[in-house]
Ligand binder design. Structure first.
Ligand SMILES: Nc1ncnc2c1ncn2[C@@H]1O[C@H](COP(=O)(O)OP(=O)(O)OP(=O)(O)O)[C@@H](O)[C@H]1O
Ligand SMILES: CC(=O)N[C@H]1[C@@H]2OC[C@@H](O2)[C@@H](O)[C@@H]1O[C@H](C)C(=O)O
Length: 364
């Protein structure tokens, strides 16, 4: 097999919950993870979050997008200048709109600007090539999840679940050699995770999220609302499939009549139930579910998952990974794959017709 160059890459993610920018160093040749390095975080200030929120659903050239883009670039520059030793940057940017079967996918932030200001090569616009070739453009972390399964020494099929604004699952057979091998992966977005619950908390309590599930813990899941939610045609749809942040925002209507605690419990139950629906699509039941993303900090959501699934459910910290940084590490890993001419998605992850290596390299 061809030898690929190992590099220290610095990956970034600015996720759908709009809380801030994560950055993480990773040494890899695009196949094997050799070392996991320093991480950092730069929160968006309240006024920055408001500006980003106002730009959600917008496309390049729309009013408000130029300001949001400058803001995203500036926040990344502040964070990335705290790092030394990176040979390559993997810059995801901030997804403002995602409509793979329509207008495409839009991540705010121009990697060429960052490359010039940082004096380093920057890989960016990871999703467009996949969308142009008929893929969903998401999720992209699965090829990295495969490398993580190898890193932790997994022997049986297992799954990673990301509970961010949106949820996504990656089923992995670690007995395959490479992520692009037949039967190695199946990945898709499971449904809404924290985004609609955060919106509810903002509406009802003027709080950004239900910290530690404190409000949901005081309420009950209302079965009628949950059943209506599960009637959505998204759940039985065969993968590949992906979601925009606000694809399920009308689920707030389903809990409109409920008191705050029951509404929070029911929306937490909806996020967990969406994951349970996803299990039927896995090629075989995973031996273990490892959870990453902010939702793993919500004990009510985690307990609901444990109650509804047949396998052990643990945060990724149980195997020594960092669930707040896995997505940033993923874009470091994917950047090296792109620099080395390797694919980053395929039919089993985004449904793209053939293996594709997305991404633009600036400043090389
Ligand atoms: N202690 C906590 N208790 C409850 N929920 C929490 C806690 N910490 C984080 N969260 C939830 O996790 C969310 C952030 O998750 P994360 O950072 O994984 O999202 P993201 O990366 O922005 O999203 P995505 O993966 O969809 O792009 C918060 O908005 C909140 O809803
Ligand atoms: C279009 C977009 O930005 N999607 C995000 C979002 O956040 C979670 C889920 O929806 C996933 O599809 C994706 O991010 C992760 C990092 C991914 O591509 O794997």
């Amino acid at each position: 097999m061809r030898q690929h160059q190992a590099l220290w890459a610095l990956g970034t993610m600015s996720g759908t919950s709009l809380d801030g920018v994560d950055a993480a160093m990773l040494k890899t040749d695009g196949q094997t993870i050799f070392e996991i390095g320093k991480t950092g975080y730069r929160a968006y200030r309240a006024e920055e979050q408001a500006e980003l929120r106002a730009a959600l659903g917008k496309w390049p050239g729309d009013a408000g997008v130029a300001g949001a883009t400058t803001l995203v670039e500036q926040a990344h520059l502040e964070l990335l200048s705290e790092f030394d030793g990176a040979e390559l940057i993997g810059f995801h940017g901030q997804t403002l709109a995602h409509d793979p079967r329509g207008r495409g996918t839009h991540q705010a932030g121009d990697g060429a600007n960052l490359a010039e200001k940082l004096g380093l090569p920057v890989v960016w616009d990871f999703r467009s090539a996949d969308v142009e070739l008929g893929g969903e453009g998401a999720p992209l972390a699965p090829f990295f999840h495969f490398a993580c399964a190898k890193w932790i020494g997994a022997k049986e099929p297992m799954a990673f679940l990301n509970l961010g604004g949106v949820g996504n699952i990656t089923w992995i057979d670690p007995n395959r050699e490479r992520p692009e091998d037949d039967g190695a992966l199946l990945a898709f977005d499971t449904g809404p995770a924290n985004a609609p619950l955060n919106d509810l908390m903002m509406q009802r309590r003027d709080q950004p999220f239900d910290r530690n599930g404190a409000l949901a813990a005081q309420g009950d899941v209302v079965a009628g609302a949950l059943e209506l939610f599960l009637d959505d045609p998204y759940f039985p749809k065969i993968p590949p499939k992906s979601l925009d942040r606000d694809a399920f925002s009308d689920m707030l209507d389903l809990v409109r009549e409920l008191d705050d605690a029951d509404a929070a419990a029911t929306m937490t139950g909806m996020a967990a139930a969406a994951v349970m629906q996803a299990m039927v699509h896995c090629p075989s039941p995973p031996a273990r579910l490892l959870v990453t993303g902010g939702g793993r900090h919500n004990p009510v959501m985690m307990d609901m998952l444990r109650a509804g699934l047949d396998c052990p459910v643990d945060p990724v910290e149980a195997v020594g990974l960092d669930g707040d940084m896995l997505e940033a590490q993923a874009f470091a890993y994917l950047a090296v794959r792109i620099a080395n001419g390797m694919p980053t998605s395929g039919p089993s992850t985004t449904g793209v017709r053939a293996l594709v290596g997305g991404g633009t390299i600036s400043g090389a």
